[in-house]
Design a protein around this ligand. Structure first.
Ligand SMILES: *Cc1c(COP(=O)(O)O)cnc(C)c1O
Length: 520
């Protein structure tokens, strides 16, 4: 059938059209195609399959379940359906298309080897309720990965089941709470420095603690004196992001841990940025009691669009007994077992409970272990070194044209932080970021961390080549010049994207998630 019969109409006008010198009749921009919603192009007259008309005289066995009106689902032919989804897929920016400079997210290349291994039927087709003697290999993957995570962090144990970074934070804080309660000393306050990730205070509050902030010093690090001053018998612990969200290593970590321990508290470290220190620093040597690792950041498992993630939590000797169930153990004969409620018994009486229904994200475990084994210890160490090198290359290639608030304090870790100081009046970080879209890049993380005005947080990761970084730097330098010179065209950027300035706050607060017939 002809595509026009299905109700397709020329592209809806787009806001950016005003700024486009050569509008097109279709709304398409060269090979960038407009695509309406599937409900707008589908009809109930069309179907992708040919079915014979039902025999009107045949007995109806559906009874009261027989349909009385159309389903309301859009009907399209097979090629229309294929085109619809292929067009939509081309509208997404992705790590496989170009540099994705989002700071605090670690959007790095996911080696195809990981994907191949994760799809092997022995890993991909197992069910969490299968008898353990049928999934020995899968359990061994969890066990081997645990050993690597413990070795890399210098800790005593690891809880594998948390399903994301923030979920791991909750697991760690619940371990801390269980340990304090077991000691008969429940405490009420968790201290969270300004340089911590936003999920840290949210986690502490969710676990029922009062959250108190600790200021950052002029170097962008925890104000050690302020932290020490606040310690006391009501403080359950601290949550410190290291490397922190300014992209800086918290140099005083060991002193902080000692002070917190001396005051009877415990130390949570947000280890989402472990990719900057992996193979170089062991958090266990810094006195940390619990730390989550984002497998989906450090060990390259994909995490676009909000999932899936995996946030194993490494634990110190003090917290290991409180780890959640289930966990994997290996018996002397080499067989793998799962410790669950029914068999934890006298050997593991202190577990605080369960974080998830089953054992965690199997697909992420296989990918992370593949990444680790294919890199080896030296490769992991090189990955963290290259990530830091790339971020410093970006920092030093831009600090003469962009304000780098902590640039003078020395090298950064895995991400470079800039502010909007020096932009012409009326031009903002938002305008700058929209300009970056015109240049073909996904914008960097904006307005985070909060300690820097108009923050722009750039994390290139180790997988970007010098050529890719140079092209990004060239675009950033051009935008910095335009922002300083007060180039008004930045205010209406992007000019080349199919959509320009959307009301992002409205979209987030009042998302329209269902389609309704116009006027219906
Ligand atoms: C990404 C990140 C988190 C949260 O991890 P999720 O997997 O998104 O829940 C926490 N802390 C820091 C520093 C992060 O970068």
């Amino acid at each position: 059938m002809n595509i026009n019969q299905s109700g397709w109409r020329p592209g809806t006008p787009v806001a950016a059209d005003e700024a486009i010198a050569y509008p097109t009749a279709t709304g398409n921009r060269a090979l960038m195609l407009e695509e309406p919603l599937i409900f707008e192009i589908g009809t109930d007259q069309t179907s992708g399959v040919d079915l014979p008309e039902p025999d009107a005289d045949a007995p109806n066995r559906l009874g009261s379940f027989a349909r009385t009106k159309p389903t309301g689902l859009p009907g399209l032919s097979e090629p229309e359906t294929v085109r619809h989804y292929t067009r939509l897929s081309r509208q997404n920016y992705a790590i496989d298309l170009g540099l994705f400079p989002l700071g605090s997210c670690t959007m790095k290349h996911n080696p195809r080897l990981n994907e191949k291994v994760a799809r092997m039927p022995g890993f991909a087709d197992v069910h969490p309720l299968q008898p353990t003697d049928t999934v020995q290999g899968a359990l061994e993957v969890i066990d081997q990965l645990s050993h690597w995570l413990i070795a890399l962090t210098g800790m005593s144990a690891v809880a594998m089941s948390p399903k994301a970074g923030a979920h791991g934070e909750l697991c760690g804080i619940l371990c801390i709470r269980a340990a304090l309660e077991a000691r008969g000393d429940p405490r009420s306050v968790v201290l969270v420095p300004e340089s911590a990730h936003g999920t840290n205070p949210a986690t502490a509050a969710f676990a029922g603690y009062e959250v108190e902030g600790i200021p950052a010093d002029s170097d962008g690090r925890v104000d050690l004196a302020a932290l020490k001053n606040r310690l006391g018998p009501d403080v359950a612990g601290v949550m410190i992001t290291n490397p922190n969200t300014c992209g800086l290593f918290e140099r005083d970590m060991k002193t902080i841990s000692e002070a917190v321990h001396a005051a009877g508290g415990l130390v949570y470290c947000d280890g989402a940025n472990f990719n900057a220190i992996m193979g170089r620093v062991r958090p266990g040597d810094l006195g940390i009691d619990a730390m989550h690792i984002n497998l989906h950041k450090t060990f390259s498992t994909p995490h676009g669009g909000g999932g899936p993630g995996s946030g194993p939590v490494v634990l110190s000797e003090a917290l290991a007994p409180f780890a959640p169930l289930p966990f994997v153990t290996k018996h002397a004969d080499g067989s793998m077992h799962l410790v669950e409620e029914e068999n934890a018994g006298a050997e593991f009486p202190d577990s605080f409970g369960r974080m998830t229904a089953f054992h965690g994200q199997m697909g992420m475990f296989t990918r992370a272990l593949t990444y680790i084994l294919s890199h080896g210890a030296d490769g992991l160490r090189q990955a963290s070194g290259d990530a830091v090198l790339n971020a410093n290359y970006v920092l030093r290639s831009l600090d003469d044209v962009l304000d780098a608030p902590f640039g003078a304090a020395g090298p950064c870790m895995h991400e470079a932080l800039f502010g909007d100081d020096g932009f012409a009046d009326g031009l903002s970080t938002l305008d700058f970021s929209k300009g970056l879209i015109d240049e073909g890049f996904h914008p960097m993380t904006m307005y985070f961390p909060l300690v820097v005005h108009g923050a722009m947080l750039v994390e290139p990761t180790e997988t970007e080549s010098k050529g890719a970084l140079d092209q990004f730097v060239m675009a950033m330098r051009s935008l910095a010049r335009r922002a300083r010179d007060g180039d008004e065209t930045l205010k209406t950027a992007p000019h080349h994207a199919p959509r320009a300035r959307l009301d992002e706050a409205l979209a987030a607060r009042k998302p329209t998630l269902t389609w309704s017939e116009p006027g219906g």
